[in-house]
Write a protein that binds this ligand. Structure first.
Ligand code: COA
Length: 173
């Protein structure tokens, strides 16, 4: 006898103000990402919903992407933080969140994606290189923030610039 089980998959949506505290907790739990002030995550939920993504499953936040459109380069989406709960990693969730974001109406004019990644964060580098491959786009890497520009012992941050995206590949829904 076979037993049918429902496989839950995360729902992707824009963040709400009530998500702010959960985003902060998720970032803290990664143990890798910079834990910014709780206020920051509330502000993202309040002011940058159109360029942020929350993945929700079983009434819990299991993933998020924070991003904004570069104020001086309106064709560039700057991705700030990406986090996925440990239990949901390796299943394509981060990729799905980034693809969903790029297909939003708010990203209609986006041709490039920028993000910064520390040299030791191989998972994040793999994520963004895969995204570039998926869109058949270039991925240029250069230095962004040097260690001595931070007030603490923060690792340096490399700038990953992906694009140009071809118009037909984005905004397909
Ligand atoms: C980085 C992170 C967001 C990836 O989330 P995810 O949902 O597991 O990623 P995906 O399943 O979409 O994987 C995308 C690609 O990255 C690769 N990847 C993911 N985790 C990896 C790891 N630990 N090591 C090497 N490659 C990894 C996947 O294999 C996949 O590439 P492929 O299709 O060529 O095999 C997740 O590991 C995480 O939250 N880490 C802690 C926080 C962090 O480092 N955030 C990124 C910095 S902003």
């Amino acid at each position: 006898m076979s037993v049918q089980t429902d496989v839950l998959t995360p729902t992707l949506r824009k963040p709400r103000l009530e998500d702010g505290a959960d985003l902060w907790s998720l970032v803290k739990e990664t143990g890798v990402l910079d834990v910014n002030a709780a206020y920051t995550y509330l502000m993202l939920c309040r002011n940058f919903q159109d360029t942020c993504v929350v993945a929700e499953m079983d009434n819990s936040v299991v993933g998020f992407v924070s991003a904004y459109i570069h104020p001086k380069q309106p064709d560039t989406l700057f991705v700030w933080q990406v986090g996925v709960s440990e239990s949901q990693r390796g299943q394509g969730l981060a990729t799905k969140m980034l693809q969903a974001l790029l297909q939003r109406q708010s990203c209609l004019n986006i041709r490039y994606l920028e993000t910064t990644i520390s040299p030791s964060n191989k998972a994040s580098q793999a994520l963004f290189r895969k995204l570039a491959r998926d869109f058949d786009a270039y991925c240029a890497v250069s230095m962004c923030f040097q260690t001595d520009q931070f007030p603490d012992d923060h690792e340096s941050e490399l700038l990953f610039k992906i694009g140009p995206f071809k118009k037909t590949e984005l905004n397909t829904n």
